[in-house]
Design a protein around this ligand. Structure first.
Ligand code: S3P
Length: 181
């Protein structure tokens, strides 16, 4: 693991329900950092939510839109912290490219906690299905499939037993060198 380098954006990544968007919102309210949520950025640019894009056009099309949005934000976006979607850096080529100019931090949580969080946040996630039981099974499958990718990052914060403001405090330690730049 490395320290966040001066001037590099910090990218928040991890499974659906890990708390990326909630942490980004809290970070936005506590600091003057320029914080962007990728799913919201895509919704604004495409006039369609990620879940609607996946349902209407398929996952491959969504991944292309997502990759283009990340590249755009990292080149012209002047972003300090970018909260990503859970599948957005699964492509190893994109992940390697992004890690040349950004510090990537994964938020980890146990499946039971991810499940409780996605139940409560009101976001539609087509990859998880609809029933609570189906969502738990899919989350466990996706965590297994994605485990190695989520560890191929600069920092991992285990959020299982942390409140959002505690995650933000941990994240700020990572960001502070960037902040002082
Ligand atoms: C996805 C995660 C979602 C959203 C899309 C696909 C994924 O974002 O981008 O539904 O593949 O993990 P969140 O991680 O913010 O829920």
């Amino acid at each position: 693991m490395k320290m966040a380098e001066r001037g590099q954006p910090v990218l928040l990544w991890g499974m659906m329900g890990a708390g990326k968007s909630a942490v980004a919102r809290e970070l936005q309210s506590r600091t003057s950092l320029r914080v962007v949520d990728l799913d919201e950025f895509i919704q604004t640019e495409q006039s369609q939510s990620p879940s609607d894009i996946i349902t209407a056009h398929g996952l491959a099309v969504f991944r292309e839109i997502e990759a283009a949005a990340i590249r755009k934000l990292l080149t012209v976006g002047r972003v300090d912290v970018l909260s990503l979607g859970g599948g957005s850096l699964l492509d190893p080529t994109l992940r390697t490219e992004v890690r040349r100019s950004a510090t990537v931090c994964s938020l980890h949580a146990d499946v039971a906690i991810l499940h409780a969080r996605v139940q409560g946040d009101g976001v539609n996630r087509p990859l998880l299905g609809t029933s609570a039981e189906e969502q738990k099974i899919r989350l466990a499958q996706l965590v297994d499939e994605r485990r190695d990718a989520y560890l191929d990052v600069d920092f991992v914060i285990d959020t299982s037993e942390l409140a959002i403001d505690e995650v933000v405090t941990s994240l700020l330690r990572i960001v502070e060198i960037r902040e002082a730049a």
